[in-house]
Design a protein around this ligand. Structure first.
Ligand code: DAH
Length: 340
């Protein structure tokens, strides 16, 4: 390749030169302009150029050297400017845009329930999700043949028929009663599991908040008063409650509580199936058998208990139609629950 072509080729390389760091710029200077650099070596070959071409080639070489020098200087200036701009930037600023997370609706409602009951002296107690039969069923007066023990309802741990995923937070009552002395006033929030087919209306796990109050002379009137206070705080001061007789193995008497439908205000609508009432929880006076099984003297003490589904209360407050939404982690759903 003759000298003219090599000069043209090097000119192209110089036009395309880029560098992001001072080191790279220095490498380019060494590559082209140092004593052993490629442009310098072209100059060394200049003496072999025939006389009649010396003038033209000499001009081309000088031009190449000038352009390489000026390109390298430009790269240096650009780099220095970028460095000085960067030092002016506030590197402690958080990147923009920053997306704020939102609380999960079940957490919001659970915390609201806890907050309401903490104002009348309840504290929070927690227990394990993997439990044994005694804490979930036997201590709570479930007879051995009770259908809730059936494999259809309960997830048992394989090969350990005594170990299971708790089906209700009432198991935490058992733990509190066997480890604390009355007066006891606790709220037990947590996740529970049942062997249900997943659909819009049922899930194999959901959340409950359990309440337990044990002291001398606790009466059904105390239970009713606490629940009425809760309903009005949660759903508004015009909310009415009604207690219907029911059955749970661990309470006697037992009841289910309805509140006046918070959608139609009790007039009757599709949501309350035109009854004006919606069920929100189960409750009752702790069965003396349960107190005795947990080592509490049932002649000296009495108590009430209640249990509610957090999903149920959340549906009433926010009208979530499909239970599966709670566990799908779809941000379009979660973003609607802005908390402050
Ligand atoms: N454990 C019951 C359930 O899972 C709810 C419940 C009802 C809890 C009555 C209670 C109670 O403490 O007194 O359906």
């Amino acid at each position: 390749m003759d000298l003219r072509e090599r000069i043209a080729q090097m000119q192209e390389q110089i036009n395309e030169m880029t560098a992001a760091h001072a080191d790279e710029i220095e490498q380019l200077r060494i590559k082209y302009l140092s004593k052993k650099g490629e442009i310098t070596s072209l100059f060394n070959e200049f003496r072999n150029v025939p006389n009649e071409e010396k003038r033209e080639i000499g001009q081309l070489l000088n031009q190449l050297k000038e352009e390489a020098t000026s390109r390298i200087n430009t790269l240096k200036e650009q780099y220095d400017e970028a460095v000085s701009n960067a030092s002016k930037a506030d590197l402690t600023r958080t990147p923009d845009p920053i997306k704020l997370g939102t609380r999960h609706p079940l957490s919001l409602v659970k915390e609201e329930i806890i907050d309401i009951f903490s104002r009348i002296g309840f504290t929070v107690a927690e227990g394990p999700e993997i439990e044994d039969d005694w804490h979930v069923f036997s201590a709570l007066n479930f007879p051995p043949e009770h259908p809730a023990r059936d494999m259809q309802d309960t997830f048992f741990i394989e090969k350990h028929p005594d170990i299971l995923l708790r089906t209700h937070t009432s198991s935490v009552q058992t733990r509190v009663m066997t480890s604390q002395k009355p007066p006891i006033r606790v709220l037990c929030p947590g996740r529970v599991y049942r062997n249900e087919a997943i659909s819009a209306r049922a899930h194999c796990f959901f959340h409950q908040v359990e309440g337990l109050y044990i002291d001398k002379n606790v009466s059904f009137a105390d239970l009713r008063q606490a629940l009425m206070y809760f309903a009005k705080e949660m759903f508004g001061p015009d909310t009415k409650i009604r207690l219907r007789p029911s059955y749970f193995p661990f309470t006697e008497p037992s009841a289910e509580m309805d509140i006046s439908c918070n959608i139609c205000g009790g007039e009757g609508c599709g949501f309350c199936k035109h009854t004006g009432w919606v069920e929100i929880l189960g409750c009752g006076m702790v069965d003396p058998n349960v107190l005795e099984a947990c080592g509490i003297d049932s002649k000296e003490y009495s108590g009430y208990a209640f249990g509610m589904g957090v999903e149920r209360i959340t549906n009433l407050k926010y009208r979530v139609k499909d239970l599966r939404m709670f566990s799908e982690n779809d941000v379009r759903f979660l973003n609607q629950f802005k908390s402050c």
